[in-house]
Ligand binder design. Structure first.
Ligand code: NAG
Ligand code: CU
Length: 243
């Protein structure tokens, strides 16, 4: 009895630790359609998920696109979603209040499952950075994730139909000058839409869009000046306005 409850407790702690910062569920169009995200603490064998695979939620620049080698899983699925529809990412656990939340998309050529996330062009569809207050003591997008464990954004209504990756990133800034990235991707098949895709400065490569030289990445929220600075530029391109 004692041994059994210890085993249950330790497996609970392990899965919580690994799941920290990982999208566990995607909800499309309100509560009507729910898809499980990739489950990093389960064996990859036989997993069928719209989430791209990853093993540990925390990552760094070399794996910044989808937190893996860029490839789809063997059982990769895609979710069909009409342009203009809300998509909600849900996390099971999150503990870092400081830093921005961003959502990117990338158009695949042909089938997303045969495209590396590292060679696509990404655009940003939403961001929540410093909401109020200072870098050191302010309210951040990541603090909202701690409260709701979810982030909802709309697939741009004007977006061209086709296959896309969607990427949610939590950038945790609680360690001085040591950013922690928690990105995950999922595959979507967008229907309807207005035939538009962004161009020019809205499109970036991942890796490539930001590095430690970015002032929004290399942040010390405990520095003296951070207690008075009230502006913060979220790393990456401007949010695409759908035009
Ligand atoms: C994406 O996959 C298609 C095949 O479906 C291929 O023709 C194309 O070159 C790939 N593009 C990238 C960027 O990997
Ligand atoms: Cu953490």
């Amino acid at each position: 009895m004692f041994i059994a409850s210890l085993a249950v407790l330790s497996s609970f702690l392990v899965s919580q630790a690994v799941a920290h910062g990982g999208v566990t569920t995607y909800v499309i169009g309100g509560e009507r359609t729910t898809y499980p995200g990739w489950q990093p603490y389960n064996t990859p064998t036989g997993q069928k998920s719209i989430g791209r695979p990853y093993s540990v939620s925390l990552t760094y620049f070399s794996k910044i696109s989808c937190n893996n080698n860029g490839q789809a899983s063997a059982g990769q699925l895609s979710a069909t979603v009409a342009a203009g529809t809300a998509i909600t990412a849900k996390w099971s656990q999150w503990t870092h209040a400081e830093g921005p939340v961003t959502v990117y998309m990338a158009k695949c050529s042909g089938s997303c499952s045969s495209n590396s996330s590292n060679s696509l062009k990404w655009f940003k569809i939403a961001e929540t950075g410093l909401i109020s207050g200072t870098l050191g003591k302010g309210s951040w997008g990541n603090g909202e994730i701690m409260k709701t464990l979810s982030y909802t954004t709309n697939i741009p209504a004007s977006l061209a139909a086709g296959e896309y990756l969607i990427r949610h990133e939590l950038l945790a800034l609680h360690q001085a000058n040591t950013p922690q990235f928690y990105p995950e991707c999922a595959q979507l098949i967008v229907t309807g839409g207005g035939g538009k895709t962004p161009s020019g400065s809205y499109l970036v490569s991942l890796p490539g869009a930001f590095s430690m030289s970015d002032p929004g990445v290399n942040v010390n929220i405990y520095a003296a000046d951070a207690q008075t600075i009230t502006t913060y530029k979220v790393p990456g391109p401007a949010v695409w306005n759908g035009q």
